[in-house]
Design a protein around this ligand. Sequence first.
Ligand SMILES: Cc1cc2nc3c(=O)[nH]c(=O)nc-3n(C[C@H](O)[C@H](O)[C@H](O)COP(=O)(O)OP(=O)(O)OC[C@H]3O[C@@H](n4cnc5c(N)ncnc54)[C@H](O)[C@@H]3O)c2cc1C
Length: 320
Amino acid sequence: MKSVLNQQQNNTLQELLGRGFEQFAHLEKFTTAHVGGPADAVCIANDSAALERICTLLWQWQVPFRVLGKGSNILVSDVGLHEVAIINRSKTIRFDKESNPPTVFAESGVNFGGLARQAAIHGLSGLEWVNSVPGTVGGGVYGNAGAHGSDTQQSLMMADILHPIHGKQQVPASEMHYEYRSSIYKRNKEQVIILSATFRLEQSTRELVEAKMASFSEHRQNTQPPGASLGSMFKNPPGDYAGRLIEAAGLKGTKIGGAEISSKHANFFLNDESATAQDIYQLIELARTTVKQKFNCDLELEIELIGDWTKSNADALEKK
Ligand SMILES: Cc1cc2nc3c(=O)[nH]c(=O)nc-3n(C[C@H](O)[C@H](O)[C@H](O)COP(=O)(O)OP(=O)(O)OC[C@H]3O[C@@H](n4cnc5c(N)ncnc54)[C@H](O)[C@@H]3O)c2cc1C
């Protein structure tokens, strides 16, 4: 299939990014589930300026693209992504311990858990919950990541956003219209780029913050499986838990190809490193239909399906 980029556009991106530009690169190495076919091109953005530059060029050229962080909340089809994938590795962090309240500014490619651990070193509290969430700040702001009774919206003050028409804007958290694992951008599928975010913190001590993070990590180790996955596959329906419903439907341990519904936590679907995206997708469909039949409950995906899911994935696999 013809790429979304023409030769001149390929050359421009190659000149701009050097080894950070690759045509028809497989996305499996950029996702935590370790599955996914090729994107027409992959661009690595090492700072906000590069991220802004690449997005602006692609908007000017009217080339479809998507910014990815750690790929920990997306299932990319085996057919792949007929777009440009920008992998966001911007990493600047600045603490302001003297302001009231203390704050931290982070570029959107910063590892969100790493940011929490740095805050701990400064004796600053507020982000302990994100310690074991494997995504970036951008992914967290986009999807209102949360755990252990907290979420992104509780600490976010504002984000710097790049908009295709309005350019750069500072958007306060109140304008993200956050809901459970969702923002207005995620719900409306509106393409804006989160460049950076500023979070409100609280003075504490390193010992207290690290102790809280350790107890959260211990809880995770006891309740969630290790291995390649996307974390929680479905949102918890009101008043219940997706994992409890899938387990009660008798699906714990069910395998399709190299994918398995974890026997430790039924809302985690694991890749034994031989799974295809289609194996995982079939488990999603099985869980949805079985839970619907047995409990009349519609499970809503927490993760996003990315790429082409209309074409038969089997065709793509044959060509692999
Ligand atoms: C083992 C495991 C445990 C997990 N535990 C949790 C948990 O406890 N709580 C929780 O909420 N989630 C959890 N997750 C899911 C995931 O880590 C979060 O949703 C995370 O916030 C996704 O961030 P990411 O950088 O990986 O985003 P990606 O998966 O790369 O992208 C997700 C979406 O965000 C968009 N996006 C990413 N960056 C930007 C940006 N800069 N600008 C605009 N859009 C952007 C992408 O285009 C895509 O639509 C877990 C996942 C795993 C694998």
